[in-house]
Design a protein around this ligand. Structure first.
Ligand SMILES: [Zn+2]
Length: 574
């Protein structure tokens, strides 16, 4: 398990695996023409618009726009992160993941025995479950909270006995320390971290126990105690209850985010199996990214007291930076003196669910909070609102939703230009929808050239043979074109899926994906011809522009030697 996965391995893996076989093993495909089709696994549809292309090793959905290579498919389909997807793909291909040797990357000690740590925590959890059976005091507590046996089983609730060495004396001490289950004193002596507490195992989304939360049975403090950060457990990345939620419903319509373990358990009692809890930390962007993989609607539920209201405002930043089209967040503030447990008891399941469904959408909540205490009928109040809200809107990703938020701010503040919102989709000079009419012709030649190069990496060799002198040439997208060309030649890329992998997470990724799926309407034996036609149009335009530039300069000042040579070359080249 050590080291980073090597780039060469990923390239090889993508060449070795056939995306048609891979997807067919998850979503049965039907052959139609050059492509394989199915009903899209990423959106609900009646007729198939999900298409897989064997030559390009890509999938693409014309309905929802999902697209990518085999790794992207596994990430989206299995809700996996990148490394997990590569591991699964390697397993599918029947090969071991090759990682860079430990000397090449710095690794923390103990990374070798993660498997042992997972196993240890599973055993410890079983031990706590066993202990619960023999602990009337803990059973009484759970009964007082009306926890049913079935729910206790689903969540594997347990009890940590009131002893200093209950787990310390039973399991491997070195592993226990690494897993955060023991406290080590200055003199080297150790004792159980969790004592006389109801124990909540925290599982990651792949069902492995990564840590524990423990709740006291009385009023002593701290009321809740969590495992410390360990090689397995990262509070900022995990949420409590996600695995249990996915067991009941892999595609929940919405996920409710509550404050504590007992809230999750209490709601499950009432059949609400779609809640999770952050682990004693503020909700982070990583939490949101994790949860949005499983549902497009998140509802944040906060107690009605001041602490709850303050906590609600704290989610605004991470939420705004992760919201994009198709994602929805709501904020649900409970009535004063209520938590989810007491409220669902007081109002019943239907009443509670109605509150969840009617919870305020994030945009309303945001502007309500922003406008609080400001007099918007006065210019000063509106100016203050504009100044306060602008930095938040600047955090948002470009999307129709961001534009709507900006429009709302314009309406409320009366300030026409909200500069932070100027769209930067055209940063590569290839903005697909926003090009001005005068540019369309030039854009389309460069788009055709780049799209065909992406879709047919073998063209790069032919371009290389032409020995084009790129000096002084400029056209829309030239940097991207040259960048792709160079990547293909340097990395000896044979198929588009491998090429796409080199741009994962880079600023060019979006443009590249859009162009990789741009239908240029060329039959296969005309690809080369159309590509070089487009390229020569671009080169000619660029040469012409260069000549004009140099001639204009020559009228007012002397050209240096280099410029003269360039001008002559350009004129001869035509
Ligand atoms: Zn789709």
């Amino acid at each position: 398990m050590t080291g980073r996965i090597s780039r060469e391995f990923i390239d090889e893996l993508l060449v070795r695996v056939d995306i048609v076989d891979l997807i067919d093993s998850r979503v049965p495909l039907k052959k139609t023409g050059a492509n394989y089709v199915a009903r899209c696994p990423f959106h609900t549809e009646k007729s198939p618009s999900f298409s897989v292309n064997r030559n390009k090793q890509f999938f693409h959905c014309f309905g929802c726009g999902a697209s990518g290579n085999a790794i992207s498919f596994l990430m989206d389909f299995g809700h996996l992160d990148f490394v997990e997807a590569v591991e699964d793909l390697a397993a599918f291909a029947g090969v071991d993941v090759q990682r860079e040797s430990p000397s090449q990357v710095s690794i923390k000690s103990g990374r070798d025995c993660l498997g042992d740590l997972y196993l240890l925590l599973e055993r410890v959890a079983e031990f706590y479950v066993e202990e619960l059976r023999n602990a009337p005091v803990a059973i009484d507590y759970l009964k007082s909270r009306l926890v049913k046996g079935e729910v206790a089983r689903d969540f594997m609730l347990g009890y940590a006995p009131d002893k200093w060495g209950a787990v310390a004396d039973k399991f491997d001490q070195k592993l226990l320390i690494e897993a955060g289950m023991l406290v080590v004193k200055d003199d080297g002596k150790t004792y159980d971290r969790f004592r006389n507490r109801i124990m909540f195992p925290i599982r990651d989304k792949r069902s492995r126990i990564v840590g524990f939360g423990g709740r006291v049975l009385n009023d002593s403090l701290p009321k809740y105690l969590n495992s410390p950060e360990t090689p397995l457990f990262h509070k900022g990345k995990e949420v409590y209850g996600l695995y249990e939620l996915l067991v009941k419903n892999p595609k929940p319509q919405r996920i409710l985010i509550v404050e504590g373990y007992m809230d999750v358990i209490a709601l499950a009692q009432y059949g609400i199996y779609y809640s999770v809890a952050a682990l004693g930390t503020a909700v982070s962007q990583a939490h949101l990214d994790l949860l949005f993989r499983f549902s497009s609607e998140l509802v944040f539920c906060f107690d009605g007291d001041k602490a709850g209201r303050d906590a609600a405002w704290k989610v605004v930043e991470p939420v705004l930076s992760s919201l994009k089209d198709g994602r929805l967040c709501r904020v649900m503030l409970l009535p004063e003196k209520h938590d989810p447990d007491s409220l669902v008891r007081a109002e019943g399941l239907d009443g509670f669910v109605a509150r969840v469904q009617e919870a305020q959408v994030m945009s309303d909540y945001f502007f309500e909070q922003m406008s609080f205490g400001l007099n918007l009928s006065e210019m000063e109040g509106r100016a203050q609102l504009h100044a306060k809200a602008k930095p938040y809107l600047a955090m948002m990703q470009d999307s129709a939703f961001k534009e709507m938020m900006a429009a709302k701010l314009r309406d409320l503040s009366g300030v026409k230009a909200v500069a932070v919102l100027e769209n930067n989709l055209v940063s590569h000079g290839l903005g697909v929808n926003r090009s001005r009419p005068a540019e369309i012709n030039r854009l389309s030649s460069s788009r055709v050239a780049i799209a065909l190069l992406l879709q047919n990496p073998e063209l790069a060799k032919l371009v290389e043979k032409k020995e084009i002198d790129w000096g002084g040439l400029e056209f829309k997208g030239i940097d991207l074109f040259k960048n792709i060309l160079q990547t293909i030649l340097e990395k000896k890329i044979v198929n588009p899926a491998v090429l796409l992998e080199y741009y994962r997470g880079l600023p060019e990724e979006k443009t590249i994906i859009a162009l990789a799926f741009l239908d240029v309407h060329v039959v296969e034996d005309k690809v080369e011809e159309v590509f070089f036609d487009a390229l020569s149009v671009l080169l000619n335009q660029a040469r012409e522009a260069c000549v004009l530039r140099l001639q204009a300069k020559a009228q007012t000042q002397n050209l240096d030697e280099q410029e003269q040579a360039l001008l002559i070359a350009m004129l001869l080249g035509k």
